[in-house]
Ligand binder design. Sequence first.
Ligand code: FES
Length: 87
Amino acid sequence: PFDVICRASGKRLHVPADMSLLQVLRQAGIKVESSCRDGVCGTCETRVLAGTPDHRDSVLSAEEREEGDYMMVCVSRACGDVLELDI
Ligand code: FES
């Protein structure tokens, strides 16, 4: 479980262990494009402003994972307690 701060929407949301980041964002009325919801298509790619993503997708390269500037919100989560997204 972790919190997500949505800078553009001005919201801070809690992401419980049994829900994906994408589910929490949608439930809060934040629009995120998605397709596969399985970490393979890249549609839900979202810019990360702060925090360290726990990458669980198969889209990003090792280098991109290391940089941590983007994440796939359908499957990836957070390493720490809070992530801030440009959404
Ligand atoms: Fe396909 Fe997230 S919806 S990677």
